[in-house]
Design a protein around this ligand. Sequence first.
Ligand SMILES: O=c1[nH]cnc2cc3nc(NCCN4CCOCC4)[nH]c3cc12
Length: 374
Amino acid sequence: MTAIRYELIKKDKQTGARLGILHTPHGSYETPMFMPVGTLATVKTMSPEELKEMGAGVILSNTYHLWLRPGHEIVREAGGLHKFMNWDQAILTDSGGFQVFSLSKFRKIEEEGVHFRNHLSGEKLFLSPEKATEIQNALGADIMMAFDECPPFDAEYNYMKQSVERTSRWAERCLKAHSRPHDQALFGIVQGGGNEDLRKQSARDLISLDFPGYAVGGLSVGEPKEDMNRVLDFTTPLLPENKPRYLMGVGSPDSLIDGAIRGIDMFDCVLPTRIARNGTCMTSTGRLVVKNAKYARDFRPLDENCDCYTCRNYSRAYIRHLIHTNEIFGFRLCTYHNLHFLIKLMEQIRQAIREDRLQDFRDEFFEQYGFNKP
Ligand SMILES: O=c1[nH]cnc2cc3nc(NCCN4CCOCC4)[nH]c3cc12
């Protein structure tokens, strides 16, 4: 018996989307789902109560960042991440591989692991599949990720092939090092860039190791959205229907819809929380940069179709004033709204799957939001 179980409820008749339930030791959640990112054991400016109020279920934290600060041993002594951050729902931790590649200029990849520098102090560090697994076992997230390499999307074919094969060997080492498989589900991460044969090889290798869930990695790294969709078109069908599929680092409204259409169940991204702190908000008619002077006397809510706490109680003029004066409450109001917007979008996607009309929903949403039609 593994820590999590994916229950397939129904498939959309118009697309490759599916409605499911992800059962975890900290609750069961409908999929497709969006997972807010709380890199340093907090979804920036949000309290656990506010996250629950808006319908957040699974949230993310980052192995690399928590390893550096406060250190995984402190989190272990606190009783694990759930206790430490007072979050009694589900948690997923990324394995640190992506952060090493995205944060550290100097890095040396060897079979054993990756040598790199602490992005804060410059001190030399080393992460291996075993170390990344030990850290995640100490953090105690319900879902943890295998230690992988996320190469550039346009990496040279032979490099990409070597990287996929090493990531598969690392995945097996993570499984062997994993000390709590009944409490924490370890997901494998499919790599291979934009190469169909390498994606097939990576999926085959990982499926042979029988993970309880699979992530599609190596995407949302700057490649055009058409490339991401093309890769998903031939990758998600390779993955077992009865296991969850997680597309890492994806969180714009169009990509969430297009990922769900291609059979993705789980998404995460810093986008909604990051742009909120810059005063940029997602609304049903497109992005709204509330700090723009044109909203100085606009007393409407951010989004007239939204019933979130922010939109029920505050105006664009007030939020603009807060962002303009660098008031933290302004960041909180925009963050609350953006996360609520994406969590509600996932509910609309799930309802469209129930009604076998996700393609129609995509067309309506793209039209209203202002995304160009395919
Ligand atoms: O292959 C991966 N392996 C393990 N973790 C990942 C995390 C990932 N996160 C992204 N993209 C995040 C892109 N963000 C979009 C918003 O702005 C910040 C970056 N792509 C990712 C790929 C991987």
